[in-house]
Design a protein around this ligand. Sequence first.
Ligand code: HEM
Length: 142
Amino acid sequence: MIYLWLKAFHIASVTVWIGGMFVAAIAVAALSASKSLPDAPNRADIIEAVRRWDRWATSPAMLLAWLFGLAVATEGGWFGARWLMMKLVFVVALSGLHGMLSGTLRKLARTAEQPSPASGHALPVIVGAVVVIVLLVVLKPI
Ligand code: HEM
């Protein structure tokens, strides 16, 4: 019973975390792609709103997703299962990407410079990682 409660809170936290990553990635992609956005009068407001959401929702949700995920793994005796080890590789990558997006937003808030076009590629990486993670956790093919 406790297992299902932990898993429910795990999935809720993951949803808020990944949703927040999409918000940050779309903001960074838009600021990289658009010629006009760097001079838009409300540019600073947009960056500040995204950064505030990242600080107060996305980052805490990431921490909770980890805590509940590790609790589910402990409670279910999943440590050592290959699907979980493989899943964690992708989860660590997503956590690192979140740090990169936060860093890019921090830099954008300080300077008027545009982010490098490379930061616009975060979106497909997030989609790919989420698909692989869900396939691993639901099908447990390995
Ligand atoms: C942060 C580190 C994470 C750990 C340690 C972790 C661990 C786990 C464990 C042990 C389960 C239980 C599997 C089962 O009952 O069959 C689970 C379920 C689940 N996890 Fe994670 N997870 C993490 C992050 C994520 C992320 C980032 C996502 C999505 C992008 C995710 C999506 C899911 C889903 C959808 C389930 C439910 C699967 C089901 O009930 O069939 N998890 N997780």
